[in-house]
Write a protein that binds this ligand. Sequence first.
Ligand code: 1JT
Length: 258
Amino acid sequence: MSHRLLEGKKGIVLGVANKRSIAWAIAKAAHEAGAALAFTFQGEKLKEKVEDLLKGLPAPCPLYPCDVTSDEDLALVAESLRKDLGTIDFLVHSVAFADRADLEGSFLNTSRKGYHLAQDVSSYSLTALARMAAPLMPSGGSIITLTYLGSERAVKNYNVMGVAKAALESSVRYLAVDLGPRQIRVNALSAGPINTLAARGISGFTEILDVVAQRSPLQRNVEVEEVAHAAIFLLSPLSSGITGEVLYVDAGYHIVGI
Ligand code: 1JT
């Protein structure tokens, strides 16, 4: 399916939490497309989980600890990448966090602390990572991040994460301008709702899946593999003319009016 589109390319994937993670689907597809990969994990609890997943890949992959809110961690990741891979061609940012309490009820009640946390982890981290990664991409590269329609529509319960994703999508455009002269492209994939760890336990999530299946042009939800395939396109030279873009992989849901 992915036609070795990333043959000879090297990249880093942030945001693998378990086998259902969008980041893991992208990593598997990138591996099949011929890429050499490095990974990060956040916190000791996830270390073993990610290590176990990596055992399923034929090639051994470097794995680094990385809390994206820590500048020291980001500097260490850059140093390790330089040592282990030399240079890289792509970076996959599939990281977000908000307090559970801020993903239900009224957005109106979002605390300063909750707002700041969501922005720091889910939005600022892309800029910090792009700054860290750019010097490792001397012959250009591709940076992608994951977003959701709640950034531009008021989607019930998405709340503070919607505001963080709006900032993230805007960051994609500003970063695309800053990094364009170095032939580094920056794009976002806007995925339809997918049953991942992040989505589990979100009140009303099943209802959202049902609404998309009823109203989207394709009359169904998207599979995580479909998001991964679009990711390979954005990471590969097939998309060499595309930067600063938000590409929807949502069964067409976002284009529908009535
Ligand atoms: C986070 C979470 C980021 C869930 C996320 C997310 N991006 C998409 N989802 C799934 C989702 C969540 C809600 C939703 C629709 C989709 C949870 C942990 C923090 C980061 O509401 C309509 C709430």
